[in-house]
Design a protein around this ligand. Structure first.
Ligand code: HPA
Length: 273
C-alpha cells in the first residue's frame, strides 16, 4: 500500500483506539462557529497533534481538536479547527482529515465556514446553504497521483452538495423559523480579503458568498463519494461598491453572534439524518 493510504489507515486506527463506534456524521466547524462542541454529550477530545499524520491549525479563533460524542442522539465527530491552504499547508494536508473520515466509514459530512456576502439580498449573520461552488483557489486537492482506492481520476461534481441534505436543511430552517439563504460559494486562496475589483469579478461570475476554505474538503469528499452539506455564515458584506475595511476579529464577532442560530440548525439537521 502507498504511503498516503498508510497514513490514512494509521490516523483511522488511532481514532478507533479512542472510540470504535460507528459515526453518523462528521462536522467541520468554520471560523467563530466552534461552540457547537458545547452541545456534544459524552465527549472525547482528541488533539490534532496526537493523531498520526494530522497537521496542526494555526489561526486565531480556530482550535485544533477532534470532538467525538453525541449530538441529538447521533454519533458525531467534529473538527474544531480546520487546515487552510493560506496557512501554507499542501492541499493533501488540507483534506487529510476528510479522507480519514471516509476511512472511518462516515458518509455524511457537514462543512461550515464564515464567508463574505456578495449577494445584496444577504445580511451579516445570515446562514447560507451552499448549493454549489466555484473553485478560484488556483489549485485542486486532487492534482497529482490519483489513488483509485479513494476515488476516480476524474470525479463527477454535478451535485457536489447533496440535494437531499439541502432539502433537509431547508426543512429544518423552516421548522425552526430561521431564515436561510442559498447560494454559490466562491473559494479564493486568501489570506488577503478581496479588492473591490475582485469582488465585482466574483459576483459577475456567479458567486453569492466568498471565502477561503471548504472547497478543498468538498472536492475530496466528492472524490470519495461522501454526501456533503455546506453552510456559510455570512459575516460581512463583500460588495464592491460599498466595501468597508474588514479584519478577522469582525468576522469572528459576527460568526459568534450567529452561533445560536447555527447551533440550532445543525442540531436539527443532525437529529434528522
Ligand atoms: N472574504 C473572504 N473570506 C471571508 C470573508 C470575506 O469577505 N468573510 C469571511 N471570510
Amino acid at each position: 500500500m502507498e504511503s498516503l493510504l498508510h497514513k490514512i489507515e494509521d490516523a483511522k486506527k488511532y481514532i478507533q483506539s479512542i472510540d470504535s463506534g460507528k459515526f453518523d456524521a462528521a462536522i467541520i466547524l468554520g471560523t467563530g462557529l466552534g461552540s457547537i462542541v458545547n452541545n456534544i454529550e459524552n465527549k472525547k477530545v482528541i488533539k490534532y497533534q496526537d493523531v498520526p499524520g494530522f497537521p496542526v491549525s494555526t489561526v486565531a479563533g480556530h482550535k485544533g481538536e477532534l470532538i467525538i460524542g453525541e449530538l441529538e442522539g447521533k454519533k458525531v465527530i467534529a473538527f474544531n479547527g480546520r487546515f487552510h491552504y493560506y496557512e501554507g499547508y499542501a492541499m493533501d494536508q488540507v483534506v487529510f482529515g476528510i479522507r480519514v473520515m471516509k476511512a472511518l466509514s462516515i458518509e455524511n459530512i457537514l462543512v461550515s465556514n464564515a464567508a463574505g456576502g456578495m449577494n445584496p439580498e444577504f445580511e451579516p449573520g445570515d446562514l447560507m446553504i451552499i448549493t454549489d461552488h466555484i473553485n478560484f483557489m488556483g489549485t485542486n486537492p486532487l492534482i497529482g497521483r490519483n489513488f483509485e482506492e479513494l476515488g476516480p481520476r476524474f470525479p463527477d461534481m454535478s451535485s457536489a452538495y447533496n440535494k437531499d441534505l439541502i432539502k433537509l436543511a431547508f426543512g429544518c430552517g423552516t421548522k425552526l423559523n430561521i431564515k436561510i439563504q442559498k447560494g454559490v460559494y466562491a473559494a479564493v486562496s486568501g489570506p488577503t480579503y478581496e479588492t473591490p475589483a475582485e469582488l465585482r469579478m466574483l459576483r459577475i461570475l456567479g458567486g453569492d458568498a466568498v471565502g477561503m476554505s471548504t472547497v478543498p474538503e468538498v472536492i475530496a469528499a466528492n472524490h470519495m463519494g461522501m454526501k456533503v452539506l455546506g453552510i456559510s455564515c455570512i459575516t460581512d458584506m463583500a460588495i464592491a461598491d460599498n466595501l468597508e475595511p474588514l479584519d478577522h476579529s469582525k468576522v469572528v464577532e459576527t460568526a459568534n453572534k450567529a452561533m445560536a442560530k447555527f447551533v440550532n440548525l445543525v442540531k436539527e439537521i443532525v437529529r434528522n439524518l
